[in-house]
Design a protein around this ligand. Structure first.
Ligand code: CAA
Length: 380
């Protein structure tokens, strides 16, 4: 077993770390307050090739690995978890849907290559108001008409929805067949009948926009059907397996970011005549949190390694997602407490990180759904 990162991985980690510190950190409090997505920075970071890290060069990627992508999302999320999820949805849920699909090579190149360097952005349209945890309960319908499909329905909680150029839309060709009739299409933003609905006002990850998407008689050419009827649900599930590794990396990064702020603060902040780091009760708390972060790191790196090495990773991904996001919630909550009154103030960042951490326990399958996935395999 080799725990060393390669020179290339150390370099991409450094690139992401410097981008987060130098570009994302300035102005982050204001962006969080006003819910402004830094599109210019999203495009700028894209130029490093980060969004295509796990994809082959022939599809516009950099030919790296999922582990590379995890390291990059982790570094970004140490500073800005909201940017981390927009990145993750773009690469693993949108890009993953395309890459994992049975679409032709031409379609894969057409719709994957532009997102890998940030020229275009992608979103993932699975969730509906009545189909959240029960992803099979779709009501969006696609009807064949000549060499086109006509799609009608609405999606909700679409990360990147308001600005995505391309969205993968999951739909049913025959509602009576349930998941056996589920298919998927890639839909372009400017297609007639496709519109962005309500943009949500959220507790956390406020700079990563989330919206409804409406499809009213949206005509999509047959070649943009990336999963044929009956393949769509499996495509969504397989893609979510990869997405959950991304969310795990995001959770790990948020936890590490908050931990580091708390550690520095504890060495500076003096009470009762000494730095609070010298209070053994608080130092022990940090020792426990650091141990949990290291355990979480092993889980997400291992899940990425399994995916990269062609081993089954559904359960490792679910375990990593649940563990890392629970650790993110615990560490950020403790960080607020460790910083006392200052922790509650925006300029110390940990209150934002705590708000950002909460959603990681909910999206891409709640942590209860992860238990369903894990226990489902256990008692098959
Ligand atoms: N990979 C491939 N195929 C899979 C699979 C996987 N991981 N998991 C299930 N399948 C297949 C099964 O083998 C089965 O195939 P057959 O019919 O051929 O046997 C089929 O899919 C149906 O499987 P289940 O009976 O297990 O399906 P289910 O209806 O019981 O649902 C579930 C399972 C795990 C609960 C699933 O609905 C689920 O993951 N729900 C959570 C949805 C979710 O994560 N949503 C997140 C939305 S995206 C988001 O949050 C984005 C964002 O903005 C950040």
């Amino acid at each position: 077993m080799n725990f060393e990162l390669t020179q290339e991985q150390l370099l991409l980690q450094k690139t992401a770390r410097e981008f987060a510190q130098n570009k994302l950190l300035p102005g982050i409090i204001e962006r969080d307050e006003t819910s402004v997505f830094p599109m210019d920075l999203f495009k700028e970071f894209g130029k490093t090739g980060a969004y295509g890290l796990p994809y082959p060069e022939e599809y516009g990627g950099t030919g790296g690995s999922y582990m590379d992508y995890v390291l990059s999302v982790e570094e970004i999320s140490k500073v800005d978890g909201a940017f981390g999820i927009s990145y993750s949805v773009n690469t693993s849920l949108y890009g993953g849907s395309i890459m994992n699909s049975s679409a032709s090579d031409d379609i894969k190149k057409k719709f994957l290559a532009p997102i890998t360097y940030g020229e275009k952005a992608g979103s993932f349209g699975l969730t509906e108001h009545s189909a959240g945890s029960d992803a099979a309960g779709q009501t969006t319908v696609a009807v064949k008409k000549g060499d086109k499909y006509i799609i009608n329905g609405s999606k909700c909680f679409n990360t990147n929805g308001p600005f995505a150029d391309f969205t993968v839309i999951y739909a049913l060709t025959d509602p009576a067949l349930g998941t056996k009739g589920m298919c998927a299409f890639v839909v372009e933003k400017d297609t007639a009948g496709f519109s962005v609905g309500r943009i949500e006002n959220k507790m956390g990850i406020r700079t990563s926009p989330v919206s409804e998407l409406h499809l009213e008689n949206v005509e999509v050419p047959e070649e943009q059907m990336i999963a044929r009827p009956g393949e769509g649900f499996k495509l969504a599930m397989k893609t979510l397996d990869g997405g959950r590794i991304g969310v795990a990396a995001q959770g790990l990064g948020i936890a590490e970011g908050a931990f580091e702020i708390a550690r520095s603060y504890m060495m500076e902040r003096a009470q009762f005549g000494k730095p609070i780091a010298k209070q053994q009760y608080l130092a022990f708390k940090m020792a426990e949190l650091q141990t949990k972060i290291e355990s979480a790191r092993m889980m997400v790196y291992r899940a990425a390694w399994m995916k990269d090495n062609g081993k089954p990773y559904t359960v490792p991904a679910a375990m990593a997602k649940m563990t890392c996001t629970n650790v993110a919630m615990e560490v950020t909550t403790e960080a607020v407490q460790l910083l006392g009154g200052n922790g509650y103030m925006k300029e110390y960042h940990v209150e934002r990180m705590m708000r950002d951490a909460k959603i990681t326990q909910i999206y891409e399958g709640t942590n209860e759904i992860q238990k369903l996935v894990i226990s489902g395999q256990l008692f098959r």
